[in-house]
Design a protein around this ligand. Sequence first.
Ligand SMILES: *Cc1c(COP(=O)(O)O)cnc(C)c1O
Length: 221
Amino acid sequence: MTDIQNNILFFQKQLPSDVDLVAVSKTKPNEDILQAYEAGQRIFGENKIQEMSQKQATLPKDIEWHMIGHVQRNKVKYMASYVSLVHGVDSIKLLKEINKQASKHQRTIDCLLQVHIAQESTKFGFDEREMEHVFGEISENNLTNVRVVGLMGMASYTSNMEQVKSEFLVLKKLFDRHKNASSLSVLSMGMSGDYQLAIACGSTMVRVGSLIFGERKPLVQ
Ligand SMILES: *Cc1c(COP(=O)(O)O)cnc(C)c1O
């Protein structure tokens, strides 16, 4: 049993049955992904479309690939044939492009709207005020090849867990406000450092990288 396999088994035991685990494999080699796969993990998250597509081409076809990073509209076409959930939809324009590319493959692609809950301005997403109008705009556009199934958010990068908690609760409140009218079922929040808190705040999907695969090397600029 490898470390990665042990880590997957740990999460399988520890997570409530109604919380899905996205194993975030960005920057990690196919061998690492296969170890997690052999322990039963099927959902993997990547933050670069090109890297995800290279991995998807060679790894087992029953893997569900989640795009968890910021999406450039001109790259949607490279993942439209296979991606199973796009977490980072932060504009109606992007949703329209996903719809267009999905229709070329006769698919319906599930998407999450990213909500800006952190204090850092570097993070992407709709703000709370915009969220009041977004679902209306989506239904006006009659996008038949995308399905908005939930919300995603990233808390501030801070050790202040009270702040992280209050940001998660903002997202949970938005989720509850819209879930019935818009049939939302997925609330993607929580990473290695804050997944337990996220689950306590109502998360249904956690995105965990370093606790499964080990630390990533710092990116060289
Ligand atoms: C990298 C990443 C994660 C996983 O981060 P860890 O701290 O390694 O668990 C989760 N969500 C997003 C959007 C990411 O880019």
